[in-house]
Design a binder for this molecule. Structure first.
Ligand SMILES: *[C@@H]1O[C@H](CO)[C@@H](O)[C@H](O)[C@H]1NC(C)=O
Ligand SMILES: *[C@@H]1O[C@H](CO)[C@@H](O)[C@H](O)[C@H]1NC(C)=O
Ligand SMILES: *[C@@H]1O[C@H](CO)[C@@H](O)[C@H](O)[C@H]1NC(C)=O
Ligand SMILES: *[C@@H]1O[C@H](CO)[C@@H](O)[C@H](O)[C@H]1NC(C)=O
Ligand SMILES: *[C@@H]1O[C@H](CO)[C@@H](O)[C@H](O)[C@H]1NC(C)=O
Ligand SMILES: *[C@@H]1O[C@H](CO)[C@@H](O)[C@H](O)[C@H]1NC(C)=O
Ligand SMILES: *[C@@H]1O[C@H](CO)[C@@H](O)[C@H](O)[C@H]1NC(C)=O
Ligand SMILES: *[C@@H]1O[C@H](CO)[C@@H](O)[C@H](O)[C@H]1NC(C)=O
Ligand SMILES: *[C@@H]1O[C@H](CO)[C@@H](O)[C@H](O)[C@H]1NC(C)=O
Ligand SMILES: *[C@@H]1O[C@H](CO)[C@@H](O)[C@H](O)[C@H]1NC(C)=O
Ligand SMILES: *[C@@H]1O[C@H](CO)[C@@H](O)[C@H](O)[C@H]1NC(C)=O
Ligand SMILES: *[C@@H]1O[C@H](CO)[C@@H](O)[C@H](O)[C@H]1NC(C)=O
Length: 521
């Protein structure tokens, strides 16, 4: 205690000697204190902020402790010293006015600059003049200023140019990391995107309009983060092929023609309208009120980008169509007998209209009995059947209008004498035919066996049996040696309509077979 005070009273002179002694003493006897550690709070200090060098495990029995700057303990490096006995704080040559020493050993340094960065030593002297030391280090970083993005090409052209963006940080580049984002999404290297100079430079190869941005460059060091103002590229592109809206191409007379043209382009395109290839207006919109059919024609939108010098056009054909007038549906007789034919005629004034036939208000399903002619304006049903009875209409349409004719109700009278072949009648015919074949076969066999008496002829006859059902037609057998021998017959038979179809199956007598000719070659 006394020594320490005495020494302090003597001033700065004996420091070097004492220090030598101290280190010798320290090496002789290990410190009785626990392991002293010092922590810089924070370890990375932003310029102009305070740092506290916090001493842990300092024993209370120390006589004094002193802080030194730099890596060596020397008189010139002493910042400040605290003497426990007197509660006295003494400043040394390295004291800058910003340091405060606490009785617990900790040192506060206020408003640090980069110059304060480095190693600090705490030298502790106990009551027996034994000295120990501990060191600590901290780093001072500048607070980052707002960075600025610069481009090496202010008007790059899409598909032609590459652009380099550089993040200017205006701060000591030490330990700065750069982070780029576009439209809020962080960017990393890709096909057309390269980073260089430690990510300070972003290069966009072969820019497209989608590279416009905005870009933000974020700079970081251990103590601060800053962002540039958003930066957008003025990418020159287009014009693209213009689009004319609305898309309608058919209009009524008397309506207004109101067309608008749009083409993506930077700088914005200049717009021109041509009607039937003649210049009409230099505007993006085209308005013609109360149009007539004379306004039909080709409408061309011409766009030009004054910087790229490129031109594009889109042509739209506008047709002004008179609305259709109501068509008239005609028929000679609305009442027809079944199996008769009927012809419905759709009478219209307008050429070029599309015709659709309606049956009971639904689109008519055409059957093979129906035929359309004269651009679908005539519907013929032949033969007409009971299921064809109903309401008929014709509908005409063009792109601007639809008209439906009057409705015609067709009645189909069922006439039993004209009725189709009923099941009974068909059965009668079949039975008659079979009977006829049997009869002919018998007759032919009789004639043939009478003439030649052959044994193999039965096969020939059998082969020719089908011919008997072919009314008035020669058989199609072209086997020459048989034709010579074989007689064939031409037969007529009439299947008479039974008066009552249901009685037919049991009445083979209704079939009369007439043997008309027997020919022999
Ligand atoms: C204090 O010293 C003790 C004993 O040496 C040690 O266990 C402890 O970790 C030290 N504390 C700090 C904060 O260094
Ligand atoms: C030193 O200061 C502390 C607290 O401020 C006090 O308790 C102590 O008595 C003082 N010692 C002397 C010698 O003045
Ligand atoms: C030492 O004292 C200072 C100032 O009172 C305080 O901020 C710090 O936490 C103390 N250090 C320890 C290790 O107690
Ligand atoms: C950023 O850079 C541009 C061009 O180099 C310059 O005009 C502008 O003043 C800079 N902005 C700042 C904040 O330094
Ligand atoms: C640039 O991109 C355009 C299309 O975006 C492509 O046609 C052209 O070939 C590209 N040029 C180069 C050098 O990659
Ligand atoms: C800008 O930088 C890119 C990439 O380095 C380069 O290809 C391009 O030619 C530069 N543009 C100008 C106008 O210097
Ligand atoms: C550059 O940025 C990429 C992410 O885009 C990152 O992975 C890389 O570590 C950065 N390089 C440097 C030197 O900061
Ligand atoms: C731009 O992005 C849009 C939508 O992602 C894409 O459809 C278009 O093709 C891109 N244009 C170019 C020139 O890359
Ligand atoms: C539209 O034009 C027709 C003749 O072309 C004319 O009779 C009619 O009054 C015009 N309507 C308007 C609203 O101008
Ligand atoms: C585009 O049109 C302008 C007139 O508007 C003309 O002077 C120019 O030569 C055209 N450019 C091309 C590439 O056709
Ligand atoms: C527009 O009309 C012109 C001339 O009448 C014709 O050559 C061209 O094919 C038409 N274009 C379209 C899309 O109909
Ligand atoms: C229509 O046809 C029916 C049946 O064929 C017939 O009775 C009627 O007289 C015909 N009416 C006219 C007006 O021809």
């Amino acid at each position: 205690m006394e020594l320490a005070s005495a020494h302090l009273h003597k001033g700065q002179v004996p420091w070097g000697g004492l220090l030598l002694t101290a280190s010798l003493l320290a090496s002789w006897s290990p410190p009785t204190t626990g392991q002293v550690t010092i922590e810089a709070m924070p370890p990375q200090v932003a310029e102009d902020n305070d740092v506290l060098l916090l001493v842990h495990n300092l024993t209370q029995r120390l006589a004094s402790f002193a802080w030194f700057k730099e890596n060596t303990i020397s008189t010139n490096n002493e910042i400040t010293r605290f003497v426990t006995a007197t509660n006295e704080t003494i400043t040394g040559p390295a004291y800058s006015g910003r340091e405060i020493i606490y009785r617990n050993g900790s040192l506060l340094i206020q408003r640090v600059t980069k110059n304060y960065m480095g190693v600090y030593i705490l030298e502790m002297t106990d009551e027996r003049y034994r000295r120990t030391e501990a060191t600590v280090q901290f780093h001072v970083y500048p607070l980052l200023l707002k960075s600025n993005i610069t481009s090496n090409n202010s008007n790059p052209v899409e598909g032609d140019d590459s652009v380099s963006l550089t993040c200017e940080s205006y701060t000591d580049p030490d330990d700065i990391t750069y982070l780029w984002s576009r439209n809020g999404e962080s960017l990393s290297e890709g096909d057309r995107l390269k980073l260089s100079e430690g990510n300070r430079t972003l290069t966009l190869l072969n820019v497209t309009r989608n590279d416009t941005g905005p870009y933000v460059c974020e700079t970081r060091n251990p103590v601060s983060v800053n962002r540039s103002d958003p930066f957008s590229l003025n990418i020159i592109y287009g014009p693209d092929t213009p689009i004319i809206s609305p898309s309608d191409i058919y209009l009524h007379p008397g309506s207004n023609l109101n067309l608008s043209c749009h083409a993506a382009s930077n700088p914005p395109a200049q717009y021109f309208w041509l009607i039937n290839e003649k210049p009409h207006a230099s505007s993006q919109e085209l308005f013609i009120p109360n149009i007539t059919t004379n306004n039909s024609g080709t409408y061309t939108c011409f766009v030009n980008n004054s910087v790229t010098g490129l031109n594009r056009t889109t042509v739209k054909n506008i047709t002004v169509l008179e609305p259709l007038s109501k068509p008239t549906l005609k028929v000679t007789n609305t009442t027809v007998k079944e199996l008769d034919s009927v012809t419905l005629t759709c009478v219209l004034n307008d050429i070029g209209a599309n015709i659709r036939w309606l049956f009971n208000s639904q689109s008519l399903q055409l059957t093979e009995r129906m035929t359309l002619s004269q651009n679908d304006s005539i519907l013929r049903i032949d033969p007409i059947k009971r299921e064809d009875a109903g309401e008929y209409q014709c509908e005409i349409s063009n792109p601007v209008s639809v008209e439906i004719s009057n409705s015609i109700k067709m009645d189909v009278l069922f006439d039993p004498t004209q009725g189709g072949l009923s099941g009974g009648a068909i059965a009668g015919i079949v039975i008659g035919a079979v009977a006829g074949v049997a009869l002919i076969a018998g007759l032919a066999y009789f004639l043939y066996s009478r003439k030649s008496g052959g044994g193999s002829d039965q096969r020939d006859l059998t082969e020719h049996k089908p011919s008997t059902s072919n009314h008035n037609r020669a058989p199609s057998d072209n086997s020459p040696n048989k034709v010579d021998d074989v007689a064939y017959t031409v037969l007529n038979f009439n299947a008479q309509q039974p008066n009552q179809p249901t009685s037919a199956p049991s009445s083979p007598r209704s079939t009369e077979t007439v043997y008309s000719e027997v020919k022999k070659k």
